[in-house]
Ligand binder design. Structure first.
Ligand SMILES: NC(=O)c1ccc[n+]([C@@H]2O[C@H](COP(=O)([O-])OP(=O)(O)OC[C@H]3O[C@@H](n4cnc5c(N)ncnc54)[C@H](O)[C@@H]3O)[C@@H](O)[C@H]2O)c1
Length: 673
């Protein structure tokens, strides 16, 4: 049996073990992860990891894995990490038998770039725990498979593990990914932590395990849209004006949250973002994503309010705890217009949320030495944080949950007053999620969502050309203020220096915009104007994610607890031939709270790709709009009605008849007596 696997496999890790790589101390390391493994579990975890290793090396590697499990709570297989910097190289530098095999390697390496990834050595791209795959053995093996993959095969990846290559056809996806999908009864954080420690579950977040992360730029556009529309809806700002003279306060300058300062600046606001980890401030400051940095509350507030008075934008990074900042602002009677939070509250007890009174270094130490004590401190701070928000709310501040499960985390500490129904979270919370109030009705219901593309040549000139083509297209199709916002965004994108890692762009577009731009870019590839491009989107989209506390929080027909839309979206994208597709548990709101999916589509200039784009792009968006329309969302219904006309004879979407509330109430009354 021992040699059975070795002889039967032609695609496997090299026989010789790689040299143990040097770890550069300047890069952040993930804290120890929780798992609560029994002795039998620990043996199983080590045995599981050894499945990638030739038995001749088991004695040595079993010790290394045991050590990693003890120290980090996970087996990362550090020895298998390639030495030095990883980054998304120009596509031609990768080996492969089809363009998709090479393109996907670019995307994986981009997610692990030191400049991009949150904890690059632990394969964490963003969101505290969102990993490309579980360990470096998987990374190496996936790459070997991608080098061998032909255009008539499909690679199956389950929670980072490459299960194998299977024969398919040219119009089929080249890779199918799933991450962290669990059977209902076990679908909770504790079981997930155990499964992850055993090496059988990966937390893909969204685009981390979906290999479509494009740095915090990915979220800048969404945050810009959210802030601007919050200003329009809640502060009475006209559609053609920005947030000049308004103050925005939030927390977090990490992987995604790092976008907040930049987005606020682009939207014209003065802002202060609290961050406990100075190294993350350093990253955002050197990238130019925050304009000022200080550890003094007085200075932070002075810089921001001075800018505010002059109507000038700024992004001040305050090095310290958000709750300290809120206390200071309250005490000094500073009026805050908009407030949010983007700490990693989907995993508050795993290091995502830093308690008041602890420095970042102390939180890491306490997390390791006293996780129970840490949990108590997190709860205490979350409760106080909530109290402070309520006080600001009374003074007229508009607070919104920015999709990090902050409100849910407060509720989980035992605060029932945060629930709309005062009892449980089934009817949502007293403060809105940004999707409920803003992004849902203003964007998702129309189909506007985070379309994105990466120029696989890594050539900035290619990105420039695609930006210009997109701006030209939107200018010619300017129907509503959303289109104008998107035009301004892409027109100024290069000037705003948003690229970190590969040459990528995010641009909110609706179904037709996405399809037409995709076809235009494919034509540009065909004409040799640009090199190959990969399209994708954030999973956080109109149809990509079922998450009642976030993406589907403005779906009010009771179906917000169902996960069928994201699943159908993924299946439909597979059926129509997207180059790769991903379906995950968790996403930005945590295990058991979301099912989310995404795709990557390689544009090689071919007619085959045109055919796929015409089928798959409208589907990928309209699935979400259809669902929102069926839930009686007004803007979604208008969009579906237009679509049914436009696609008559080809696509057809069921629409709801609207019932009169009085008729329904009278009917119920008549039978209840
Ligand atoms: N709205 C969206 O579209 C969207 C998209 C992606 C992620 N998210 C969610 O946003 C959250 C943040 O994502 P991320 O990738 O930036 O995670 P991250 O872990 O990289 O960053 C969070 C940052 O918050 C800081 N922090 C924690 N507690 C703090 C405190 N009390 N005071 C000040 N700073 C504190 C951390 O040091 C860290 O740098 C996650 O929950 C994620 O799921 C939302």
């Amino acid at each position: 049996m021992i040699d059975l696997a070795n002889e039967a496999m032609t695609i496997k890790l090299d026989y010789d073990l790689p040299e143990y790589p040097k770890m550069d101390p300047q890069y952040r390391r993930a804290p120890r992860r929780e798992s609560h493994l029994t002795q039998a579990d620990k043996l199983l975890a080590i045995k599981n990891a050894l499945r990638y290793i030739h038995p001749d090396h088991h004695a040595q590697m079993a010790k290394e894995f045991a050590q990693e499990l003890e120290e980090h709570g996970r087996i990362y297989g550090y020895r298998f990490r390639p030495e030095g910097k990883l980054y998304g190289k120009p596509i031609d530098e990768y080996k492969g038998k089809c363009i998709e095999g090479k393109a996907i390697q670019v995307m994986i390496d981009n997610n692990l770039d030191f400049d991009v990834a949150l904890y690059p050595y632990e394969l964490v791209t963003y969101g505290e725990t969102g990993q490309v795959c579980q360990n470096w053995m998987q990374y190496r093996l996936i790459k070997k498979y991608l080098e061998e993959l032909t255009d008539e095969q499909t690679l199956v990846v389950m929670s980072g593990h490459p299960l194998g290559l299977f024969h398919s056809h040219k119009m089929a996806p080249r890779v199918i990914i799933s991450n962290g999908l669990m059977v209902g009864t076990f679908d909770d954080q504790e079981n997930f932590n155990r499964a992850a420690a055993l090496g059988v579950a990966n937390y893909g977040q969204m685009t981390a395990g979906g290999w479509m992360y494009i740095g915090p730029q990915g979220i800048v556009h969404g945050t810009f849209n959210t802030l601007l529309n919050a200003g329009r809806l809640k502060l009475g700002i006209p559609n053609d004006k920005d947030l000049a003279g308004k103050l925005f306060i939030s927390a977090g300058l990490g992987g995604m949250s790092g976008a907040q300062g930049k987005a606020a600046e682009i939207a014209g606001a003065a802002s202060i973002i609290a961050e406990v980890d100075d190294s993350r401030i350093e990253t955002r400051y050197t990238q130019g994503w925050v304009s000022h940095r200080t550890a003094s509350l007085e200075e932070a507030v002075k810089i921001a309010t001075d800018h505010q008075k002059e109507g000038k934008p700024c992004a001040v990074a305050y090095h310290g705890n958000i709750v300290d900042l809120l206390e200071y602002l309250y005490e000094k009677n500073v009026h805050v217009d908009l407030m949010s939070d983007q700490t990693s509250c989907h995993v508050p007890y795993d290091g995502g949320y830093c308690p008041q009174g602890l420095t970042f270094e102390q939180r890491t130490e306490m997390l390791d030495k006293d996780p129970e004590g840490f949990r108590k401190l997190v709860d205490k701070t979350l409760q106080h944080h909530y109290e402070m928000i309520c006080k600001f709310h009374e003074r007229g501040t508009y607070f919104f949950d920015y999709g990090n499960s902050f409100l849910k985390a407060v509720y989980d500490t035992g605060i029932k007053s945060i629930c709309k129904n005062g009892e449980n979270d089934l009817d949502g919370f007293i403060f809105p999620s940004y999707v409920e109030d803003i992004l849902g009705p203003c964007l998702f219901d129309f189909g506007y969502g985070p379309f994105r593309w990466c120029c696989l040549s890594r050539n900035p000139e290619d990105l420039h050309k695609t930006d210009m083509a997109a701006a030209e297209y939107i200018k010619a199709h300017n129907r509503r203020y959303q289109d104008y916002d998107n035009y301004v965004w892409v027109r100024d994108a290069e000037k705003n220096k948003l690229v970190v890692g590969t040459q990528c762009r995010i641009l909110y577009q609706d179904a037709m915009g996405r399809m037409n731009l995709a076809l235009k870019f494919n034509e540009m590839v065909r004409n040799g104007e640009i090199g190959p491009v990969i399209l994708g989107r954030d999973h956080h989209d109109t149809g990509g994610t079922d998450a009642p506390f976030r993406e589907t929080s403005n779906i009010k027909d009771g179906s917000n607890i169902m996960a069928e839309m994201a699943t159908q979206c993924y299946a439909g994208n597979a059926a129509r031939g997207m180059s790769y597709i991903a379906l995950h548990n968790g996403g930005g709101t945590g295990i058991g709270r979301a099912i989310n999916g995404g795709f990557g589509m390689v544009l090689d200039g071919s007619e085959r790709v045109d055919t796929i784009l015409k089928m798959a792009m409208p589907w990928d968006t309209m699935i979400g709009v259809s669902r929102r329309s069926w839930a009686r969302n007004e803007n979604a219904m208008t969009t579906v009605a237009e679509y049914n006309k436009m696609y008559a004879g080809q696509d057809h979407i069921t629409m709801p008849y609207l019932a009169d509330d009085q008729i329904v109430a009278d009917a119920l009354k008549s039978v209840e007596g």
